[in-house]
Design a protein around this ligand. Structure first.
Ligand code: NOJ
Length: 565
């Protein structure tokens, strides 16, 4: 495959609202990003993904855009953004931003117009349907559910029609069949690219087209979670192709589309294969929930994790490129998912080794580099995420007798707010995130887990991340770690996730123990190679016995290999 700058990038995702607040209003801002760019440079990343900072009523923290050409006042101004871009460029950090194609806010001018009458010129911008009348009773046009709970339709009283909204009630879906919508989006994407950004993370990329409006019989629910009705349908590719032809292909940029759950490797390739894809990469969610119950306890399903990575990385071999990420702002913290709090530091480092030496472009999610964990939510009032709140309320409405505490327990594990609690900068008040009152609670563990402590400690998780980035981007192993083939070894072993990276005569073995017991990795598992020397590890004294590597709890070792044939 032709080499591209973004294959050699190490990314970092910033959830602005929770990153760093410089004006004391309790909300992170662009000035905060500006101030912390030096921090990111010090960590070593050379690409940042900024989540939406467009003008927005913030029903979904900015994914509900009311003006694509303005910056949300709580985040700053366009000038502040330009300042961020300028400084990032000077530090050799590329900036990508979210491109939101599927919906706008209901406060966007287009929607305000669209709802006014059946013949308003903006009517076609959104998806409107008349109510269904069955035996004199009125129903939504279909029984499909929304991702955020309840129906994917909402009635608008002005014309009595329903508009489609697969996310929140305040996020009407755009009608991509309309050429006017297509042209608006082309214009908007160019406007941002001309400002000097280096690409887009394309939000909800797989949802731009809908099946015919017929009920789903997938389940008997009142609202059926049959996401196939609005995911990965053929026309999505036509819309993205239009954007690629008229916009993306004209710039030296990268695009990574969110295709989420339910996308197969085949459909992933339809989006992002080098020959006929419309995008450079796609984010899938397959590795986000690889746990299983053992003796009533939720544990990491290591073989399942290997299965998922094998599927995607092998499936894309020679045909495309994958992004690598443990979590984003929609997922629980990886430490709470796959880590072990009894071996906090070791398991956090092991998880980083497991992921970031795989072939692909890494994206660290803010706070991951210090091992931030899920927040201990117990009450409805502590949540801020519209999706979590809707799901809890919906469960309470539909399950008479269910208490709030029980409903919170049902949904807390999946809550997107775990990733959205404030970044833990230091041990001062509010973890150094804000001088004001934070918009969402700060994790009580910030005195122990914070950036300042970890930057000072050469053995910290933070310094381990820095070393990984350095090894991947700046060491003599750069070529093999970026472009080398990826092959999983000892596949069926439920205790370790190990693989070889190979480029011509250079080979690297990456061994990661997911076990809290002592284990061993046998040289016999890597036919055609012998152990050479240890390059990097999460224990100070990792070593090779002649034919095996002894592995202590969560030991993670990277070593060079000698080719024997
Ligand atoms: C995916 C984003 O990551 C998520 O945060 C958002 O709620 C939905 N798309 C809707 O924009």
């Amino acid at each position: 495959m032709k080499r591209k700058w973004w294959m050699e990038s190490f990314g970092y995702q910033i959830y602005i609202k929770s990153f760093y607040d410089t004006n004391g209003d309790g909300i992170g801002d662009l000035e905060g990003v500006y101030e912390k760019l030096d921090y990111l440079h010090e960590l070593g990343v050379n690409l940042i993904w900024l989540v939406p900072f467009y003008k927005s009523p913030m029903d979904d923290n900015g994914y509900d855009v009311s003006d694509f050409y303005e910056v949300a006042s709580e985040y700053g101004t366009l000038e502040t953004f330009k300042k961020v871009l300028d400084k990032a460029n000077k530090l050799n950090i590329k900036v990508i931003i979210d491109l939101i194609l599927n919906h706008t806010s209901d406060e966007h001018y287009w929607f305000q117009e669209s709802r006014k009458s059946l013949d308003n010129p903006y009517r076609e911008y959104y998806i409107w349907q008349p109510p269904r009348i069955i035996e004199g009773k009125e129903y939504e046009p279909t029984n499909w559910s929304s991702f955020f709970g309840g129906s994917c339709w909402k009635k608008d009283e002005i014309t009595g029609y329903y508009f489609m909204k697969i996310f929140s009630d305040k996020m009407p879906d755009l009608n991509w069949e309309s050429e006017k919508v297509q042209q608006e989006m082309i214009k908007m994407a160019k406007w941002w690219l001309d400002m000097g950004i280096s690409g887009f993370r394309i939000d909800a990329a797989s949802h731009l087209s809908r099946a015919p409006f017929e009920d789903s019989n997938m389940t008997n629910d009142r609202y059926v979670p049959d996401f196939s009705k609005y995911s990965n349908l053929p026309m999505v590719h036509e819309y993205l192709k239009l954007l690629d032809d008229q916009v993306f292909s004209k710039y030296d940029i990268m695009t990574v589309g969110e295709v989420g759950g339910g996308a197969s490797v085949e459909s992933g390739l339809r989006y992002a294969s080098k020959d006929y894809g419309q995008l450079d990469m796609v984010f899938n969610f397959d590795h986000n929930w690889c746990t299983k119950k053992v003796n009533g306890e939720e544990v990491t399903d290591v073989v399942r994790l290997k299965y998922v990575f094998r599927k995607w990385i092998y499936g894309f071999k020679g045909k495309g490129w994958n992004p690598l990420y443990w979590l984003n702002h929609d997922h629980p913290r990886v430490m709470s998912m796959y880590g072990d709090m009894d071996y906090f530091e070791k398991s956090a480092k092991m998880l980083a080794n497991t992921l970031y030496f795989i072939k692909g472009t890494p994206f660290i999610y803010q706070g991951e580099e210090i091992g931030m964990t899920n927040y201990p939510f117990t009450k409805l009032e502590e949540f801020r995420d519209v999706s979590t709140i809707n799901h809890i309320k919906f469960s309470l409405e539909n399950n008479p007798g269910l208490t709030e505490e029980e409903a919170v327990k049902w949904h807390v594990g999946n809550s997107r707010d775990h990733a959205r609690i404030p970044m833990q900068w230091n041990s001062s008040r509010n973890a150094g995130f804000t001088e004001g009152t934070p918009w969402i609670n700060v994790h009580p563990n910030y005195k122990e887990i914070n950036v300042e402590n970890q930057m000072k400690d050469p053995n910290s998780i933070w310094n381990h991340y820095k070393n990984i980035i350095n090894l991947k981007l700046n060491s003599k192993y750069r070529e093999v770690l970026i472009y080398g083939d990826f092959e999983i070894v000892d596949y069926n072993n439920p205790h370790n996730f190990s693989y070889i990276r190979r480029l011509k005569d250079k080979a690297i073995l990456v061994v990661n123990s997911f076990s809290n017991q002592n284990r061993r990795f046998m040289q016999s598992k890597i036919k055609g190679y012998e152990f050479d020397e240890i390059i990097f590890s999460n224990y100070e004294d990792s070593h090779i016995s002649p034919k095996s590597i002894p592995l202590r709890p969560y030991e993670a070792v990277v070593l060079s290999l000698k080719l024997t044939k």
